[in-house]
Design a protein around this ligand. Structure first.
Ligand SMILES: Cc1cc2nc3c(=O)[nH]c(=O)nc-3n(C[C@H](O)[C@H](O)[C@H](O)COP(=O)(O)OP(=O)(O)OC[C@H]3O[C@@H](n4cnc5c(N)ncnc54)[C@H](O)[C@@H]3O)c2cc1C
Length: 558
């Protein structure tokens, strides 16, 4: 019998399996195909503003993503460099093939049993997980992590054509989707999309603006320097008035506007047809031409994700400066899929009513590799803890972006794809990408989920902080700069903590609290906050409701 069985070999599933194994669990990972491991469905890039913070935090706990990105980086860019270091966003363009290879190799360093096949059912009895049915055979496990990404009852769209599938050429996950619907876990449908891939040899690069890789070298991993690989330049071009005209004329062939796609897409990463409809008066939209690797001519045109028919894609691409003779190697398309209501999960990412079931990644309504991977870490650590009977770990909002994301998802749920941004973190001045080891290193050591080499790197980091020369390193300088703000923040926390840290037991009966409206009772019951602080952030919980809850919980605690 396994301790933990993970379903899905995407970014969430790989991190969950590796984290559970690092924590000492006997782990299995079931996925449709061996080549799913580390697969980047869309742009081969890792990091960015907010997303880069997540990757650095994941790295502190021994996660795979930062190291795989360093092994495969062909272009590095520290975004927002001209702004304060709290919002700097480390981002790399990866060689797609090498990123996958590196992820596989890093995953192989942990003892994870691979199972190739389709998970069709999660077996439960009396509200408790027993295992998973894979191609007709039950694999017993004390905990199950569901990380099926964009595959639940998924449909792919290109123009008016629609086929079932989770990614181009890959089948959808239907029986599991039906089971989740039956359990009342499914919430609705979301959509995302990808642009056509271009043959770089057919691009007139002279008509574009080159964007070189950063001159100084830095790593995604805060614990280990990445290898030096050849760095390629990206390039910038723009759509034109003619591009907009071609797209506008073909709105009728877009599944987004015909009503075929019902699910909401990512607000901060809209398709080109959506941009033209919403911001058509602009004279052009920027496009980043990003190479997909060192041994391929494929180029990813970042900014023109689309589900228009192939002939329309070809027509509008060729109206863009530098792309007049560009050949499309693979057309763009959209995928619409089911996701679950993350409010049914607690802050360990465990299901509140199904004991031993954990969910992570795009299935919870997020978008992006980094958000998926970071949830994978949390779900994997906690699924292992559940199976082994050791303490669970809750990421805190005040000390990590991972905590911000899990808090947002499990308390507020998702109505559109959730993407991490620094604006989501109230305490962002303290949550810098460059101080992830300082913020979280002690947690990682306590959980014993890092290799001896990483443990040594974390310990030396804390030792370095005690030396005078630390003040002359980047992190030390930023600490000094932000110190007055962070100290003020800490004073505010101390005041809030006195009341807000009061815990609310899982079986708390809200209907017995005098002064709480029926609506507030329902909201609190559905979201199940674990403390007054969490309750205070549930939309619709008024100060009056909070005060009533405060009185009731303080009395109970006394
Ligand atoms: C077309 C497309 C475009 C995208 N565009 C963007 C974008 O522009 N920006 C962005 O941030 N993100 C984008 N994404 C999303 C990004 O790919 C995901 O956020 C990320 O991959 C999610 O990781 P995950 O691990 O949750 O799921 P996935 O990477 O989807 O992995 C899920 C895994 O589960 C496996 N699986 C599913 N069901 C079963 C089953 N029943 N049995 C066994 N194995 C199963 C699959 O084979 C797959 O390996 C896009 C995704 C797609 C498909």
């Amino acid at each position: 019998m396994l301790d933990v069985l993970v379903i899905g070999g995407g970014h969430a599933g790989c991190e969950a399996a590796a984290a559970a194994a690092r924590r000492g669990a006997k782990v299995g990972l079931v996925t449709f195909r061996a080549e799913d491991i580390g697969q980047m469905s869309c742009n081969p890039s890792i990091g960015g503003v907010g997303k880069g913070h997540l990757v650095r935090e994941l790295d502190v706990f021994g996660g795979l993503m930062a190291r795989a990105a360093d092994c495969s980086a062909i272009h590095r860019r520290m975004l927002n460099r001209s702004k304060g270091s709290a919002v700097h966003g480390p981002r790399v363009q990866a060689d797609r093939r090498q990123f996958q290879q590196a992820t596989k190799e890093l995953l192989n360093e942990t003892p994870v049993n691979m199972v190739i096949g389709e998970a069709t059912e999660i077996s439960i009895r009396c509200g408790r997980v027993l295992g998973v049915v894979v191609d007709g055979q039950t694999i017993a496990a004390a905990a199950v992590v569901l990380a099926t990404g964009t595959f639940l009852d998924a449909q792919l769209y290109c123009g008016l054509k629609r086929i079932a599938g989770g990614r181009t050429g890959e089948k959808a996950s239907l029986p599991l989707a039906a089971q989740l619907r039956e359990w009342g876990v499914a919430q609705g449908r979301l959509k995302t999309g990808t642009p056509p891939r271009l043959d770089g040899r057919t691009i007139d690069w002279a008509r574009t603006t080159p964007q070189p890789s950063d001159a100084e070298s830095w790593s995604m991993s805060g614990l280990a320097a990445g290898p030096a690989r050849e760095q390629l330049a990206c390039a910038i071009t723009r759509t034109t008035a003619v591009t907009h005209e071609v797209i506008r004329k073909n709105f009728g062939q877009s599944p987004l506007f015909s009503g075929a796609i019902e699910g909401r897409g990512p607000r901060y990463c809209p398709s080109i047809e959506d941009k033209i409809r919403r911001f058509g008066d602009r004279d052009g939209h920027q496009i980043f031409l990003e190479p997909e690797g060192l041994d391929t001519h494929l180029v990813y045109p970042n900014g023109i994700s689309t589900s228009l028919p192939v002939d329309v894609q070809m027509a509008f691409v060729r109206t863009i400066a530098g792309l007049e003779r560009a050949e499309i190697v693979r057309p763009g398309y959209a995928v619409e899929y089911e996701y679950v209501d993350a409010r049914k999960l607690d802050s360990t990412l465990g299901h509140r009513e199904i004991d031993g079931l954990f969910l992570c990644g795009q299935i919870n309504g997020t978008t992006g590799y980094e958000e998926a991977a970071a949830q994978g870490l949390a779900a994997g650590l906690n699924a292992a803890a559940h199976a082994l009977g050791v303490a669970t770990h809750r990421f805190e909002r005040r000390t990590s972006y991972i905590g911000v994301m899990i808090d947002d998802l499990t308390l507020q749920g998702v109505q559109e794809p959730y993407r991490m941004m620094t604006a989501r973190a109230e305490y962002r001045l303290a949550l810098r990408a460059d101080n992830a080891v300082t913020r979280l290193g002690q947690n990682a050591l306590a959980l014993e989920c890092v290799s001896p080499r990483q443990r040594e790197a974390i310990e030396s980091h804390f030792e370095l902080r005690t030396r005078p020369e630390f003040a002359e390193t980047d992190e030390g300088k930023a600490d000094a700069l932000y110190a007055p703000y962070v100290e003020r923040q800490q004073r505010e926390w101390a005041a809030v903590d006195r009341d807000m840290a009061i815990r609310i037991p899982g079986n708390f009966n809200y209907s017995l609290v005098p002064g709480l409206s029926a609506e507030a009772v329902e909201k609190l019951r559905l979201t199940g906050p674990e403390s007054l602080e969490q309750a205070s952030r549930i939309p619709g919980i008024t100060p009056a409701a909070l005060a009533a809850l405060h009185v009731a919980t303080t009395r109970r605690a006394a």
